[in-house]
Design a protein around this ligand. Structure first.
Ligand code: SAH
Ligand code: SF4
Ligand code: F3S
Length: 486
């Protein structure tokens, strides 16, 4: 039901000129958009509904929560099905070419759905929008898109939405880069009990295959006080686990006015009462310090899991990738971490078929996989990203050769992961209960400190709680278990 009196009051209260400072300016546009949306809802007798589709990494997932936070405040209601929504937003990823193709495919279908819903608006944002050729293509061949914005001005979403709602015209706003970080905008979390927390934005590493530094801009760290304040608020709101997010969390703090290390930040976060678990992603091996290993070893809250992307096991390829470590340095680092935190779970990212990769290079990668014995690994086929140094390197590896290596790597990774998983069978471990099991409604699903999942009998009242579970049976990459104490 719309409270007409309240709506009229808001309408009259809003000054003509928006504030200049952020976030006040965005709160002004939230109210402005709310007025327009309320009017439409009244005329239709039905609330407008939104659906956000997120591609890519945890950064994008967190950004989508920020978009949802604003939409909820504006008065939209979440809708599960894209075709039924009045506002569909694709938060895109461009790290590999197939991510882009998926967006174009789905966009074509959505264009048809739009024809039968006159209220439907389509918004596109995220990393793909930071590529000029993408925006050109959209302007030319996808005229039905209503709103296009990038990664740097995502905090302006309320303003862009209000502009689109008011003008009825396609709104495109892309920035090349920014040094601005806007704090304290609304967020609508996907989970009540866990949350991502950005600690930095952008990336300065320029790995030669990677487009992220071009689409996410230069590295900027958030003020530690703002991070702590956000986590304290999250904890007060029921969050027990945070995932600290950055493309390279190990270089956190270097660009701050008063520089501080990631390890120091972790020490401060550890002090937050009521916070039970701390995770972080992603660690670049070149910047992983002894100080961080020490903090991890002594922490009661940092989870026993480290995602440490190796990308390749060949020092020659690593150099061409501009990763700035060798195979030996990586293996030494792994040893050091394992000595300090013996039960840590290690996971990684591996690229197969980087330009110039020979069978010998690939064997080096297999060697690292066998030596480290990862708990799991994300394996990727090299994807040429135009504008990156690797895209113009000679000796691009033929597709069939890459496919063959990829299959061999995957088999090795999976076999080792299954063996590693059995190590914990029979132990009792703490699990954060996340949801009901999708396939078997009698079971609940919890996440262990080492990031593996365990399924066990239980009910929904357990969601968000930490429970002790006995890991009865290892099923390759997850467990079936039983609660022993709550
Ligand atoms: N900042 C993170 C990674 C972000 S991208 C890090 O440095 O580890 C996530 C993963 O995508 C990378 O680790 C890499 O394995 C993969 N990736 C990035 N660019 C790629 C490309 N051009 N082709 C294939 N995989 C790629
Ligand atoms: Fe890409 Fe390398 Fe930056 Fe990771 S560290 S985002 S792989 S450039
Ligand atoms: Fe993709 Fe952007 Fe993340 S390119 S992997 S969504 S930073």
């Amino acid at each position: 039901m719309i409270d007409k009196e309240k709506w009229d009051k808001t309408f009259h209260d809003l000054p003509d000129v928006p504030p200049v400072d952020e976030p006040e300016r965005q709160y002004y546009f939230i109210r402005k958009a709310r007025q327009i949306v309320q009017k439409i809802n009244e005329e239709r007798g039905l609330p407008l509904r939104y659906k956000i589709v997120t591609f890519g990494c945890q950064m994008n997932a967190r950004d989508s929560e920020k978009l949802a936070g604003i939409l909820e405040q504006v008065g939209y209601i979440e809708e599960a099905e894209e075709e039924k929504a009045d506002l569909v937003i694709y938060n895109t990823c461009t790290v590999r070419e197939n991510a882009n193709q998926r967006v174009y495919g789905r966009l074509g279908q959505l264009g048809h759905a739009k024809k039968s819903n006159p209220h439907m608006m389509i918004g596109l944002c995220g990393c793909m929008m930071q590529e000029p050729h993408v925006v050109e293509k959209l302007k030319k061949s996808y005229r039905f898109v209503d709103l296009i914005f990038g990664t740097h001005n995502i905090y302006k979403f309320a303003e862009l939405l209000a502009t689109r709602l008011e003008s009825g015209r396609m709104v495109i706003d892309i920035w090349k880069d920014t040094d601005k970080i806007v704090e304290d905008l609304p967020v609508e979390r996907k989970y009540s009990f866990k949350s991502g927390v950005n600690i930095m934005f952008g990336c300065n590493n320029f790995c030669s295959y990677c487009i992220v530094p071009y689409v996410r801009g230069r590295e900027r760290s958030r003020d530690p006080k703002a991070i702590i304040r956000e986590i304290e608020r999250l904890v007060a709101d029921g969050v027990v686990e945070v995932m600290l997010l950055g493309q390279n969390v190990n270089s956190y703090g270097k660009t701050l006015e008063e520089p501080m290390t990631f390890a120091q930040l972790l020490r401060e976060i550890e002090q937050i009462d009521g916070l039970e678990r701390i995770r972080f992603m992603t660690s670049h091996p070149k910047d992983l310090s002894d100080e961080l290993i020490e903090v991890m070893a002594n922490s009661k809250k940092i989870c026993k899991h480290l995602h440490l992307p190796v990308q390749s096991g060949s020092s020659r390829i690593l150099q061409k990738m501009n990763r700035r470590y060798t195979k030996e340095q990586y293996l030494t680092l792994v040893d050091k971490i394992r000595r300090a935190v013996p039960d840590i779970s290690l996971t990684t990212d591996i690229i197969v078929g980087f330009p110039g990769e020979t069978e010998e290079d690939f064997q080096e990668t297999l060697d690292v996989v066998r030596k480290v014995r990862y708990d799991s690994a994300f394996t990727f086929i090299y994807s040429k990203r135009s504008g990156t140094p690797a895209a113009v390197m000679e000796d691009q590896v033929p597709e069939d050769v890459i496919k063959d290596r990829f299959d061999r790597l995957l088999a090795e990774v999976q076999q080792i992961a299954a063996e590693v998983c059995t190590v914990h069978q029979g132990t009792v471990q703490s699990a954060l209960v996340e949801c009901r099991n999708e396939h078997d409604p009698h079971l609940m699903t919890g996440r262990l400190s080492n990031n593996l999942l365990v399924h066990f009998p239980g009910d929904e009242s357990l969601i968000g709680k930490l429970v002790d579970v006995r890991l009865d049976e290892c099923k390759g990459f997850y467990y079936i278990g039983e609660i022993v104490s709550i």
